[in-house]
Design a protein around this ligand. Structure first.
Ligand code: 16G
Length: 243
């Protein structure tokens, strides 16, 4: 199965072989692959060679090591198109997954100087403040910290339960707020201890930090969101046209 005379090192050949098995569904997403020992017997190489192949596949995101349990084929990431202003609930519905949230904070805070500048309001203006862990089919995907100018949505915190309700849905259907567009940036960083706990990942794992300012009609900024998306479970896609 392996070619000892090839210029390609044995561990690379094993990597290719395992990758092909993942692509063909021989090793299915979420399933456990054979142990290092079983693979070294299968390929007739020592365990270090197998380990090197597996380590690289883990680094590349194709496999996950679960300590004490074994090595598993990673599940495909959720991919979000960067083309339209949509909500988490809508994104999950489109994929046939159910969206829910763990609400950590739901209340009101006065705008600080930075928020006031971003939202074009006076400091101390009341803001709705929500911190939610967003879940897709019960898997934590992101921690979102949302601030919205409270005068747009009187008593929203008292009246709605954001474990199930969609914030954008309520703004649109109840308060008649039309969200026109958003400015968004995406940066890479490592998970903090708090995020690691909330997202059920290890401290230091990759995070996509997203900052979004959402505008209603008339170019009025109304929402300021800072979110930490789990890099292993989420990716963004965009179609780029040559202008
Ligand atoms: C998305 C938005 C977030 C918005 C939320 C509303 C990103 C990065 N963030 O998660 O800004 O507050 O949707 O979701 O896309 P909801 O209507 O499901 O509560």
């Amino acid at each position: 199965m392996l070619d000892a005379h090839s210029v390609k090192p044995l561990y690379e050949q094993i990597k290719d072989h395992i990758l092909r098995a993942i692509e063909k569904g021989v090793y299915e997403a979420g399933s456990r692959i054979p142990s290092e020992r079983a693979l070294s017997e299968k390929y007739g190489v020592n365990r270090m060679t197998v380990k090197k192949a597996l380590d690289e596949l883990v680094q590349m995101g194709y496999l996950d090591v679960r300590i004490g349990k074994g090595t598993y084929v990673s599940r495909p990431k959720i991919d979000q198109q960067l083309t339209a202003l949509t909500s988490f609930t809508e994104d999950m519905a489109k994929r046939g997954q159910s969206a829910s949230s763990r609400v950590l904070v739901a209340g009101y805070v006065p705008a600080d100087v930075q928020e006031a500048r971003i939202l074009n309001i006076d400091p101390m203006t009341p803001l709705v403040f929500l911190i939610r862990v967003r879940l897709a089919d019960d898997t934590p995907i992101a921690v979102e910290r949302t601030k919205i100018i409270a005068s747009y949505c009187h008593q929203i915190v008292e009246m709605y339960d954001f474990t199930r309700d969609s914030l954008y849905g309520v703004l649109r259907n109840v308060y008649g707020v039309h969200l026109a567009y958003a400015e968004q940036s995406i940066e890479a960083r490592r998970a903090t201890a708090e995020e690691a706990k909330l997202l059920q990942i290890e401290i230091g794992e990759p995070i996509l930090q997203i900052t979004r300012v959402t505008f209603s009609d008339g170019d009025k900024p109304i929402e300021y969101v800072r979110s930490a998306y789990c890099g292993a479970r989420y990716k963004f896609q965009a179609l780029l046209r040559n202008l």
